[in-house]
Design a protein around this ligand. Structure first.
Ligand code: KG4
Ligand code: ZN
Length: 357
């Protein structure tokens, strides 16, 4: 253990129970460079440098280009987040950084920056599981929310239902066996000729359509809490190809609507069944696909019918951001987790079940 870590453990032990911690969260796992400053449960600043316009022309995120743009953006963005928060860097109590899951090169930029920043300021550094950050942002959005609850993790890289037993105690109940739901949204959007990222585009197009195109339900009739989206995605592609080969116009809005209805039905159903199985009266939505309005509507309706309270982050905190990383840093501190040393490495495939380094 380095002398730095020895010192940081002492600092962390001293501030563990404070409710007004000043935390900087840094996120660079995909195509958003993001950082935010929280004081306790209050968001003092939330800065995002989105690369969507850069990657749009390629139809998806190009990892090397993402890493290079993180390098260009990160230092200014941290400066802006601190300035907007009215906080001097020396005043920070802790720094949290996403170290997985995500694109390795992209994660390394945020992580290397955060290590240098923490060392220069002699502040504790926390290695945050970015997926757990998506869950933790709900504590900021809904201050009355407390574990236990069942959550749906729905992002570009993950789809799962999990039981949050504590602030940093997440137990996986079911997960996708193939594609993530966001990945399926993005792929289907591409087939329909819509730009990246596909989720909001499908949502907008679906409003003009009807769910009249039959698509296969992966686990119909079973009680599994797992997910599978690749069969649905392939069915959409096959349908589009068949229409093209027969020279018929593609009913894009109906296809978008049919896809969105089925995928949001499956996610809602798994979430509510998971809550019932755990005898839990709270459900939470986490991740970029959590911005989907149909998903939110369906979860609200089903939850209310079952006497379950549903929580969602505001739309702007569903997709990757720095608030969620700072929020999860606070959860880790509250749970008594230790800060990281400088041998911390990024982990592209970090599982949701892994709490942190
Ligand atoms: O959580 P996130 O920002 O990044 C990952 O951790 O993967 O999620 C990004 C995903 C993308 O696939 C994007 O298309 C999807 O979230 N998304 C949506 C919506 N807004 C973003 N999917 C469906 N409906 C939306 N409104
Ligand atoms: Zn994410």
């Amino acid at each position: 253990m380095s002398a730095y870590l020895e010192r940081m453990k002492k600092k962390a032990a001293a501030f563990k129970d404070r409710g007004d911690l000043l935390v900087l969260g840094i996120e660079s796992s995909c195509d958003e460079t993001a950082c935010a400053v929280l004081r306790g449960g209050s968001i003092l600043s939330n800065k995002i440098a989105s690369q969507i316009d850069i990657h749009k022309r390629f139809g998806g995120v190009v990892p090397e280009i993402a890493s290079r743009n993180h390098v260009l953006a990160i230092d200014n963005l941290v400066g802006e987040a601190l300035a907007e928060a009215g906080v001097k860097q020396e005043e920070l109590d802790a720094i949290g950084v996403a170290y997985g899951a995500g694109l390795l090169g992209a994660l390394l930029v945020g992580e290397s920056y955060a290590k240098a920043f923490a060392y220069a300021l002699d502040k504790p550094l926390y290695a945050v599981n970015h997926i757990r950050g998506h869950i933790a942002v709900n504590y900021i959005a809904s201050p009355r929310l407390q574990p236990p609850f069942v959550c749906l993790i729905a992002s570009g890289g993950h789809t799962a239902v999990a039981l949050a037993n504590g602030y940093d105690d997440i137990q996986l109940l079911g997960a996708t066996q193939d594609d993530a739901c966001g990945e399926a949204f993005d792929k289907v959007a591409r087939v329909l000729g819509l730009p990246y990222p596909g989720g909001p585009q499908i949502q907008a197009l679906a409003e003009q359509g009807k769910p009249v195109i039959p698509l296969p339900h992966p686990f119909k009739g079973t009680d599994t809490l797992d997910f599978s989206f690749s069969g649905i995605k392939t069915a959409v592609i096959n349908y589009a190809n068949t229409m093209k080969m027969s020279g018929k116009p593609l009913p894009a809005a109906d296809l978008a609507c049919s896809f969105q209805e089925l995928v949001t039905d499956i996610m809602t159903d798994n979430l509510i069944r998971a809550a019932r199985a755990c005898k839990c009266d709270k459900v939470v939505i986490a991740g970029g696909v959590g911005a989907n309005v149909r998903l939110r509507e369906k979860v609200s309706v089903r939850a209310e019918r079952e006497g379950i309270k549903a929580f969602y982050p505001p739309i702007r905190l569903c997709t990757d951001n720095g608030v969620m990383i700072a929020a999860q840093t606070m959860c880790m501190i509250k749970a008594g987790r230790q800060p990281s040393d400088f041998d911390l490495d990024a982990d592209a495939n970090l599982p949701v079940s892994r709490a942190g380094e």
